[in-house]
Design a binder for this molecule. Structure first.
Ligand SMILES: NC(=O)c1ccc[n+]([C@@H]2O[C@H](COP(=O)([O-])OP(=O)(O)OC[C@H]3O[C@@H](n4cnc5c(N)ncnc54)[C@H](OP(=O)(O)O)[C@@H]3O)[C@@H](O)[C@H]2O)c1
Length: 323
């Protein structure tokens, strides 16, 4: 398995082990957000999994330290660039996967389950093109594949709780109704990924998937959070045009100061999620279709937010958190 130290990866490793699979995780020795997780931390987080340490960006390490000349049945990947910056996305979402796929074939793997993203259906960003390029290579590989394209994760929607706790308003792009999604929990997505191994209906398919219930927009998420905090809603609208200005400035300055080019891509990613729904895109009708977006699981974002507000759980804030 790849990406077992990430948000969905760790839940997926547990779901696979709960189904009786032997799971070997190929990880780097300093993992987690900012590389703060040691080998011991990883072992504590993934009890029962076999850890193999190496570098997924190095084809020799993949074979030597990952597969170690042994036979495997299935490759499950939740590996993804932590930044979404173009260079990292092409190195991880595409090239690392291409190299692992070649090594996996040599190790006898006949089936691949890949965590992708629903947003690749309308690709505008570098990481989406990198993901799509590997999806195509996987489909053409002749191996049995399940390409799982989830909607929005809870951690990507709950990020404003700390702002609100400090009395700040909930930030909305436009009026907060521009986009909608069917949020899916880490555990429900992990179950869905793990069940791909034995469900023939999920083989050789691209699988968009959301969580249970109706699609919701940002304003509804904000209203829910204020209700949970027993406070009157307080919103601040951010014009999408502001993001366009930021993208323009960072893009221009980024031509001379490369790190700012990555910031420009981060702003582009923010703009994408501010204006595109995480639902199945109906190309013929030219609109997102909530009813056509398949759903799975039981966990709702609202229950999760209630637990966050009570302080019962925390979300891991990623390297590319927008709020
Ligand atoms: N956020 C959303 O709402 C959303 C919605 C739909 C789909 N998605 C898709 O879901 C995926 C992200 O899932 P996630 O949130 O679980 O990811 P995550 O928490 O950022 O974890 C990424 C995983 O990839 C590994 N990784 C990244 N760069 C690496 C490198 N250079 N070498 C070795 N390992 C590396 C990380 O390992 P380390 O711990 O060592 O860094 C980690 O295990 C992406 O494909 C994204 O497009 C996200």
């Amino acid at each position: 398995m790849l990406g077992a130290t990430g948000t969905i990866g760790r839940a997926t490793a547990r779901a696979l082990m709960a189904r009786g699979h032997s799971v070997a995780c190929f990880v780097r020795p300093k993992a987690g957000v900012g590389g703060t997780m040691s080998a011991d931390d990883i072992a504590r987080m993934l009890p029962g999994a076999e850890l193999r340490f190496g570098d997924v960006r190095n084809a020799a390490s993949i074979s030597r330290d990952g597969f170690k000349g042994e036979r495997f049945d299935v490759l499950v990947s939740c590996l993804a660039s932590r930044t979404g910056a173009p260079k990292d996305a092409w190195a991880i979402d595409h090239q690392a996967h291409v190299d692992v796929l070649a090594a996996a074939k040599a190790a006898g793997v006949t089936q691949v389950v890949l965590l992708s993203a629903i947003c690749v259906q309308k690709p505008l960003l570098a990481f989406q093109h990198a993901k799509l390029a590997f999806e195509k290579e996987l489909i053409d590989s002749g191996l049995t594949y399940s390409i799982v394209r989830p909607t929005a994760f809870f951690k990507s929607l709950s990020g404003q709780i700390e702002r609100l706790k400090k009395g700040k308003p909930f930030l909305l792009f436009g009026d907060g109704t521009l986009t909608a999604c069917k949020p899916i929990s880490d555990a429900d997505l992990a179950d869905y990924l793990a069940d791909c191994l034995d469900d023939p209906a999920r083989h050789d398919r691209i699988l968009p998937i959301g969580g249970p219930g109706e699609a919701i927009n940002s304003r509804q998420i904000g209203e829910c959070l204020f209700a949970l905090m027993n406070r009157p809603p307080k919103f601040k609208q951010v014009p999408v045009a502001l993001l366009d200005t930021i993208i323009g400035v960072l893009g221009t300055v980024g031509k001379v100061i490369p790190p700012l080019a990555d910031k420009a891509e981060l702003a582009r990613i923010g703009r994408y999620y501010a204006t595109e729904s995480m639902l199945v895109w109906d190309a013929q009708a030219g609109r997102y279709d909530a009813a056509a977006t398949p759903a799975t699981g039981r966990d709702t974002l609202f229950d999760h937010c209630a637990r966050l507000v009570r302080g019962d759980v925390t979300d891991e804030r990623g390297d590319h958190a927008v709020f």
